[in-house]
Design a protein around this ligand. Structure first.
Ligand SMILES: C[S@@+](CC[C@H](N)C(=O)[O-])C[C@H]1O[C@@H](n2cnc3c(N)ncnc32)[C@H](O)[C@@H]1O
Length: 251
């Protein structure tokens, strides 16, 4: 575990990983987004037509483009300048997405109560100061607006977790360790590249959201649907434990 790691240090790694990361993304995101996260996010978001939506930590922008095609008015921020460049280059001119570089922990260029909905897909575990980001999301939402975010499931994806395998590679069970060790750790994402992730317990997440004033409307631990299992049978193993958790909160 690493202590005192800053968001700036974490974002440098994202910036240099941006091109490799984006190559794995189609207009549906990557495979895990197609199978787990998109169906969950879209069902929680409902109809976004004419809604003012912030995509907080937009990456290469696939989600912003889907939202914009669904007639939402989309603002998208990411702290990595390279991610924003890629997102802009992938966005056709007729999709009027307002992209800018910004740190989710301090979005002072955006006005109070300027969004009906904020979505943040797989970003919050990348932030050194998640409390500040939650406060920002609260400030930026209209009264009654929704904040929907997905993260790696903190009960299963911990600083030391992974499959216990037999010598010939058969998966026996998923190991979890160091659950109560909050702080930064490295996780391999590319072939060589390691990102800095920040682990917190489920209690820390939920109590922080409550303290800020959010009302918890729902939680989803996404599983593959029958259709997705027919398309990608190897995801059967995801019934053994959850990789992700998605929160829906109301201001
Ligand atoms: C796992 S990617 C997810 C990207 C996008 N939401 C998606 O679903 O494809 C995490 C993203 O968070 C961005 N990020 C990390 N820290 C950030 C911060 N402090 N503020 C804004 N974006 C940040 C990274 O640059 C990266 O694009």
């Amino acid at each position: 575990m690493k202590q005192n790691v800053s968001t700036e240090e974490a974002i440098k790694r994202w910036d240099s990983f941006a091109d490799t990361y984006s190559k794995k993304h189609t207009e549906q995101g990557d495979l895990h987004k197609e199978v787990f996260l998109n169906p969950t996010l879209f069902s929680l978001m409902g109809n976004v037509e004419n809604k003012k939506v912030l995509d907080a930590g937009c990456g290469e922008g696939y989600l912003s483009r889907i939202l914009s095609k669904s007639c939402a008015v989309v603002t998208a921020v990411d702290y990595s300048p390279r991610m924003i460049e890629i997102a802009k280059s992938r966005t056709p001119k007729d999709l009027l997405i307002d992209y800018s570089q910004g740190n989710c922990e301090d979005l002072n260029t955006l006005e109070d109560k300027s969004f009906d909905l904020i979505v943040s897909n797989m970003v919050i575990q990348d932030l050194a100061n998640y409390e500040k980001a939650f406060q920002e999301m609260y400030r930026l939402l209209e009264d009654g607006g929704y904040f929907i975010f997905s993260i790696l499931h903190p009960c299963f994806v911990t600083p030391e977790s992974g499959w216990e395998k037999t010598e010939d590679g058969r998966k026996l069970h998923w190991n979890v360790d160091k659950y109560f060790y909050e702080g930064a750790y490295e996780q391999r994402l590319g072939d060589k590249e390691k990102m800095l992730l920040f682990h917190r317990t489920l209690t820390s997440y939920i109590n922080t959201l409550i303290k800020i004033g959010f009302v918890l409307e729902g939680i989803v631990e996404p599983k593959p649907s029958i259709e997705m299992l027919q398309k990608y049978p190897s995801f059967e193993e995801d019934f053994r434990c959850a990789d992700f958790i998605v929160f829906k909160l109301k201001k």
